[in-house]
Design a protein around this ligand. Structure first.
Ligand code: ZN
Ligand code: ZN
Length: 412
């Protein structure tokens, strides 16, 4: 079928664009639809499994212009029954790379930036400040909790999805509008999160949380709800904040769940981050270099006694009781324990000193330590505690020069 319709008018020929030339023509028939809003939108999708595939496919079909896809996994044969974006020959490749390439095939209007790694620890939180909405396609509570805390800290709405066999749930969480994901967590949920944090070496299949049996049909159903709510959010329409839709495929029924805000919820009580952008990169920076950059800013505020609050617990040094030797370490606890504790001289386990705050000063013994060694990722937002008028305050500093590299695919 031709993309042009020819109409004769008198002697001349008028050519007008036919609907078939515009891939969004059918969507634009919706009276409230604004394709430009979707083209300009920035959506982060966390997880590229069964749910993520369906969410990404829908976002690409709809012409959502800027996607940031975060996932740590690689394609394997077991994904092929539930993942429209993967092929057998993709086995072993990173999911984010394969998915990004397939989305560009589906719709060349879509620009896909990627992050390959663990979203709970290795994703610089500055990404949350650069997206309009986050769609969670996760299989475990620890990652959901991390996404929720970041979304609340930076004021970004997020839409969680979960599936198990013929059942599924899609939930919308909007900062300052009712309950968040953490409000819905029970003591048992926190216990499962702690197992994941305390036992980083456990294989995902050995954890009770995650690896649920899933189908492409339940993934389609839940992902469709998630993307539909995202489209409404991007259009500024009302969404069911703090609510979830539960789909039961056995009984062919749905129910609307309303969650209650919990007074002791950490996500709710942590406060909104007021971020200062620094034109610096994580990879180039030492603790001392970071302090040199922020010291004049803190001084201008009248803030004193600054300390870096690392996201991860840091082992500052090992002490060997046999050799009576102290060795500086300055690495994340999970990165060095337990194997790294063995004394290279005598072979006994050394005692770690663990820091949850790192005093910042010109004479800091950690001044020469690279931030990357402390587990600080690119585009991190670093928390600094300092005393201001007798009270301890938190200052937030983003390593903003990393944004160009993270989002390079968006400007191509
Ligand atoms: Zn909450
Ligand atoms: Zn020793």
């Amino acid at each position: 079928m031709s993309d042009l319709i020819a109409l004769t008018e008198g002697d001349g020929l008028i050519e007008i664009s036919a609907p078939s030339a515009d891939r969004y023509a059918a969507l634009k028939l919706i009276d409230w639809w604004d394709q430009a809003k979707l083209r300009n939108a920035r959506v982060m999708v966390v997880g590229a499994g069964a749910l993520g595939n369906e969410v990404l496919k829908n976002l690409a079909l709809l012409g959502v212009g800027h996607i940031l896809l975060a996932d740590f996994d690689s394609v394997e044969a077991a994904n092929l029954s539930r993942s429209v974006l993967y092929r057998a020959e993709d086995s072993g490749k990173r999911k984010v790379d394969v998915a990004a390439a397939r989305l560009r095939e589906i719709n060349p209007d879509v620009r896909v930036a990627t992050f390959h790694g663990d979203v709970t620890q290795a994703l610089g939180q500055g990404v949350y400040r650069r997206v309009d909405v986050v769609i969670g396609c996760l299989d475990n509570r620890a990652a959901r909790l991390a996404v929720n805390r970041a979304c609340w800290r930076y004021g970004v709405a997020w839409i969680d999805g979960a599936i198990e066999v013929l059942m599924g749930i899609a939930r919308v969480f909007v900062p300052d509008q009712g309950a968040c994901y953490e409000c819905t967590m029970t003591e048992a949920d926190y216990d499962l999160v702690n197992v994941r944090y305390r036992c980083p070496l456990l294989r995902p299949e050995d954890l009770q949380d995650g690896r649920q049996p899933t189908t492409p049909t339940s993934a389609s159903i839940v992902a469709a709800w998630q993307v539909q709510e995202a489209v409404k959010l991007l259009h500024g329409m009302a969404v069911p904040a703090g609510k979830g839709i539960y789909v039961n495929g056995h009984t062919y029924s749905t129910s609307l769940l309303t969650y209650t805000e919990r007074e002791d919820c950490f996500s709710h009580n942590q406060g909104r981050a007021l971020v200062t952008e620094l034109p610096l990169r994580a990879a180039d920076l030492t603790v001392g270099g970071f302090y040199a950059a922020i010291a004049p800013l803190l001084a201008a505020e009248g803030a004193q006694k600054a300390a870096l609050l690392p996201e991860l617990e840091i082992v500052s040094r090992f002490y060997c009781p046999t050799c009576e030797v102290t060795t500086p370490v300055y690495r994340p606890y999970d990165a060095v324990m337990p194997d790294g504790a063995t004394c290279p001289t005598c072979g006994v386990p050394r005692l770690p000193s663990i820091l949850s705050r790192l005093a910042l000063s010109a004479e800091s013994p950690a001044a020469a330590v690279p931030l990357a060694q402390l587990g600080v990722p690119p585009l991190a937002v670093l928390q600094v505690a300092a005393t201001l008028q007798g009270a301890e305050c938190i200052f937030w500093f983003e390593l903003s020069a990393d944004a160009d590299a993270q989002f390079a695919a968006w400007s191509r």
